[in-house]
Design a protein around this ligand. Structure first.
Ligand SMILES: [Mg+2]
Length: 233
């Protein structure tokens, strides 16, 4: 692999630097237990999880809080299964409880990689989509304000990757030109396409080795964000 000449390294957050101890399906399974719900009426947690995640991505831009967003999602999920929509609020509450209790953690090797990059003199940034309260909770738990030089949350600025304006906000905070930045992210559409379109170098984190879903070729493909230290001098 050729060495990267970027002087600024910017990261996506979810499933790039951070992950959850519990998957969506595991949270739903725990919610079923807590709410005494019958998986026969709802379908299995594994079947519900992709619908939940899809609705989260679809509805989050218009939502004002995570609690409201979870209520909107569960209202649709119970309605779509011909169940009483009065179930939605308590399920949404339980879902939020389980997610909060189980927390967030770094992907393996990420904090060590951030420290190593800092020691080598790189300036580090974060650009994450999502609701302000949800993303900032994770950012604080992971102590990212101390570890990074610039943090931009889509919910704070009213636009999400791959929107060019989101990347422009990051560049302004980093004080960098696009070509000086390597952007590292797991979403091909949001991270790779978005960063490529503004002229950044790109590293796609493809943990499962999936085929590239589009024609834009990332400069690097990594199995984990921690591998970024291997492509930088
Ligand atoms: Mg991500």
């Amino acid at each position: 692999m050729r060495a990267c000449d970027a002087t600024h390294i910017a990261f996506d957050l979810d499933f790039t630097l951070s992950t959850y101890p519990l998957t969506t399906a595991q949270v739903i399974a725990e919610v079923f237990v807590r709410c005494g719900l019958d998986a026969k009426a709802f379908g299995s947690a594994e079947d519900l999880a992709p619908d939940y995640d899809r609705l989260w991505r679809k509805l989050e831009i218009g939502a004002t809080s995570a609690d409201e967003l979870r209520r909107m999602i569960w209202t649709r999920l119970v309605h779509g299964r011909n169940l009483s929509t009065t179930l939605a609020a308590p399920i949404a509450r339980a879902y939020g409880d389980v997610r909060r209790e189980s927390g967030v953690r770094f992907v393996e090797g990420a904090p060590e990689a951030l420290e190593a990059l800092r020691r080598r003199g790189y300036r580090l940034g974060l650009l994450t989509n999502g609701l302000s309260e949800v993303q900032w909770d994770k950012i604080r738990v992971l102590d990212l304000p101390r570890r990074l030089d610039a943090i931009v949350v889509g919910g704070d600025i009213g636009c999400y990757k791959p929107d060019e304006r989101a990347f422009a906000a990051l560049l302004a905070r980093l004080g960098a030109r696009p070509a000086e930045v390597l952007f590292v992210g797991d979403s091909y559409d949001a991270d790779v396409i978005g960063a490529h379109n503004v002229g950044m170098q790109t590293a796609w984190v493809s943990a499962d080795g999936a085929d590239r879903p589009g024609t834009v070729i990332p400069d690097y493909v990594l199995a984990s964000a921690a591998e970024v230290v291997e492509i930088l001098p």
